[in-house]
Ligand binder design. Structure first.
Ligand code: BGC
Length: 762
């Protein structure tokens, strides 16, 4: 650990000097580097703490005043009542609480501690601010479709602004688990299947939450989760085991966490899963050797909700005491919700099973981070009931939610240019369980958002067309249950209309924690509804709601137009209407491949080739594919259409060969031959044809978003260096080998775009 303690002279600083330090460029530099300064008062303070008080600083509990939603998000716990919890805080048995209920609650608790506790160590208030606080932004996976990390920085900053007004110091976000199996329900919280995109969004979100000065009352601390490889659970089953090579772990699953820590995140959360037989929570290699030793992380790690205790059921810890010992010795500084640390750590230290130096180290980290957050200077800096109201759902924040919403929408298909729809002169039938009504708008993992404050699709469509067009609405089906007579009414509405907008897909409860699915399809009653309305012969636009990539079939897959809209939050209806009627041209690209069938999962574009790939064209016997199903995506990673007509000109390679120390320019002309403006995401992929470790068929190494008016064109150019071609070699070191490389500049991971090859010479 690089110890950046403040000097002895600084130890004599008073409160004013602490404030100056918080605002100083030196502190900001430390934060940006993810370093933690240990203020001089910390060790003397620790000298006055009992073992019980130290264990208290390492114990985080769910708020006893959490409200219905917060409790619904986690397994029901038999926590104390609020008064009892306030008393625990006063007695120093708690470091803070999470998913509580706003500034008033925080004020009551913090006041009790500052007035009534022995050492007056401020509490920290945490919450799952995953995609917005009161203003709800698109779910994280949706937002990655924008291919615009800066957008994620802005929405994270806006979420921090609202939440820090409501007494929240710390968000359990970003979730950066790479997710390559769409059956898993929690992919919705993360960055999708790709490493590069995941890294960029992870870093951007950390920067957005923490800002340049995490001590400011407009920012809060990020928590990188779930460390590590939580997205790789076997068969996509939540909480399931992970067994994988170190190479894959390092090349695919670890880089996103590293990017988030490198961006300065001051805390991280251990994951529920085991890796190669050892639960992450008890994994010393992961939590200490790699994270602190190799990566130089200086903040603190918290377990996930009862993650330490769960090592008993997992067959790794004998009992609660053993679980506390194993988690703590592994490097998990703080325990969430099980209460095991405060119950067992004091005695584990007394008995010598846990060195007191380690306990002090963790307490020092927690206190130093509380100081970085400005809590010692002013424990109430984020607790302000007036700010809580005055910052909530501001027009500018809602406008950002709408911007982010429309940039998150992906146009999968648009046969015959059915979209955009005309605003006048037509009757539109809005059909399906998500056509109307204030439900399933804010999306999964949202503690403080409110569907009632969000705009549904019908309202968005009516806002867009004003009095000019006609809209009829029919629910047709429930999400997973049919509605009696629903299909007949929907068909009647479809017959009377010119265009059908079919709003179907998953409810928000179908993705998120513990919501893995075996079949990632549109539920059967809705599929039947789709078949029935499609049979009317009217043009159909499918507007999908979903927390994962889906396998689309029948009338859904065959609709003339399909929009992937995920869960867009507060401005759902307006954002979709912006795209439906062409006020905004769709610019999103898929962050996760839509497979042809559920059984292809885990499906991801950066897979490796077998020795028997099926050549382009018909399926051949004894080649790598499932029975009757090509081994490709229906809509691959990176896919997304525009309202323009994008063409890629020939590939321009700076040279046919490049040396180890050289560079190579790779460029292509991208033209919009359409009549409408378009934003294209030109994606740069490489493939190493032959290597001492086989390489993926393609790997994204850069991308660029270009805005093109009708008839406009632009040369998109990338510069390649040997380091871009590195992989982890046989000795687990970054390795670059001479040979032939393919390059593509393409509109998706499985389209040709423009393609060429070059030699890397020794
Ligand atoms: C989830 C975490 C979350 C925590 C606190 C757990 O069940 O896995 O992602 O931050 O609960 O709500």
């Amino acid at each position: 650990m690089i110890d950046t303690r403040i000097s002895r002279r600084a130890a004599l600083m008073g409160a004013g000097a602490v404030a100056a330090w918080l605002a100083s460029p030196a502190r900001a530099l430390l934060q940006v580097a993810g370093r933690v300064a240990v203020p001089p008062f910390v060790d003397p303070l620790m000298g006055r703490m009992t073992l019980e008080e130290k264990a208290g600083q390492l114990s985080l509990m769910a708020s006893a005043w959490g409200g219905g939603v917060a409790t619904a998000l986690n397994p029901p716990s038999n926590g104390p009542d609020f008064q009892q919890q306030v008393e625990e805080a006063r007695l120093g048995q708690l470091t803070g609480v999470f998913n509580g209920n706003g500034a008033r609650m925080a004020r009551i608790m913090q006041t009790a501690v500052m007035n009534g506790s022995r050492l007056k160590i401020p509490l920290i208030f945490a919450a799952d601010i995953i995609h917005g606080h009161r203003t709800v932004f698109p779910v994280p996976l949706a937002e990655v479709s924008s291919f615009e990390p800066e957008l994620a920085r802005r929405t994270a900053a806006a979420a921090a602004f609202e939440a820090s007004g409501a007494g929240i110091d710390w968000t359990f976000s970003p979730m950066v688990d790479v997710a390559r199996d769409q059956r898993w329900g929690r992919g919705v919280e993360g960055g999708g299947e790709d490493v590069l995109l995941g890294e960029l969004f992870a870093a951007a979100r950390v920067r957005g939450f923490q800002g340049e000065n995490v001590a400011s009352n407009e920012h809060l601390m990020a928590c990188v989760k779930h460390f590590a490889a939580y997205g790789a659970g076997e068969s996509g089953l939540d909480y399931n085991v992970v067994d994988m090579s170190d190479r894959r772990l390092r090349e695919v699953y670890l880089p996103t966490y590293k990017a988030a820590f490198d961006a300065g995140a001051l805390s991280g959360m251990a994951s529920f899963n085991e890796i190669n037989g050892v639960p992450s929570t008890g994994n010393r290699w992961l939590q200490t050797e790699l994270l602190r030793g190799e990566w130089g992380f200086q903040g603190f790690m918290v377990s996930d909700y009862t993650g330490d205790e769960e090592m008993i059921a997992a067959g790794y810890a004998r009992d609660g005491r053993d679980a506390a010992r194993l988690a703590f010795l592994a490097g998990v500084d703080m325990s969430m919700q099980s209460g095991l640390y405060r119950k067992y750590l004091p005695d584990l230290v007394r008995s010598g099973a846990v060195p007191v130096g380690m306990l002090d180290q963790s307490v020092r980290r927690v206190l130093a981070v509380k100081a970085m957050l400005g809590l010692f200077e002013d424990p109430f800096r984020r607790i302000d009931e007036k700010r809580e109201q005055s910052r909530s759902l501001l027009p500018a924040t809602r406008a950002l939610a709408r911007e982010s919403g429309r940039k998150s929408i992906v146009l999968l298909k648009n046969d015959g240019d059915l979209l955009p729809l005309p605003k006048s002169g037509k009757t539109i039938a809005l059909i399906g369980p998500f056509a109307s009504g204030k439900h399933d708008l804010i999306g999964p993992w949202c503690v403080y958002g409110d569907d009632a404050k969000a705009v549904d699709l019908e309202t968005g469509v009516r806002n867009a067309i004003g009095g000019k067009g006609k809209v009829v609405v029919a629910e047709g089906s429930g999400v997973e249950e049919p509605i009696k007579g629903g299909i007949a009414k929907a068909v009647a509405a479809a017959r009377a209309a010119d265009i059908i907008v079919l709003a179907i897909g998953e409810s928000q409860g179908m993705s998120g924690e513990a919501q893995s699915r075996t079949e990632i399809v549109v539920p059967e009653p809705q599929q039947k509804l789709a078949e029935a309305v499609a049979a009317t012969g009217k043009p159909v636009v499918v507007v999908l709601k979903h927390g994962r990539a889906l396998a689309l079939h029948g009338a859904v897959a065959n609709a003339q137009a399909i929009l992937a809209t995920w869960f867009l939050g507060t401005e759902t209806g307006n954002a979709i209407a912006d795209v439906l009627f062409g006020d905004y041209g769709p610019s999103g690209r898929l962050p996760a491949s839509f497979p042809r069938e559920s059984g292809q999962e885990p499906y991801y574009y950066a897979h490796k080739s077998t020795g028997r790939p099926n050549p382009d064209g018909p399926l051949e016997p004894y080649k790598a594919h499932f029975r009757g199903v090509p081994n490709s995506a229906l809509y691959p990673f990176g896919h997304g259409l525009t309202y323009g007509k994008i063409e890629y000109g020939g590939l321009m390679l700076g040279a046919p060969a490049m040396g180890m120390n050289g560079s190579l320019t790779v460029a292509a002309r991208v033209t919009n031959r359409g009549r409408r403006a378009a934003e294209e995401v030109a994606q740069f992929y490489i493939h190493d044809r032959t290597a001492s470790i086989t390489q993926p068929v393609r790997k994204l190494i850069a991308f660029r978003k270009v805005a093109l008016g009708p008839g406009q064109s632009e040369v998109v150019q990338f510069t390649l260096r040997a380091a871009d071609l590195a992989f982890l070699g046989v000795n687990d070191r970054p390795t670059v080998e001479p040979g032939t490389f393919d390059v593509w500049i393409a509109p998706s991971a499985e389209s040709d775009g423009v393609h060429g090859s070059f030699e890397l010479t020794a």
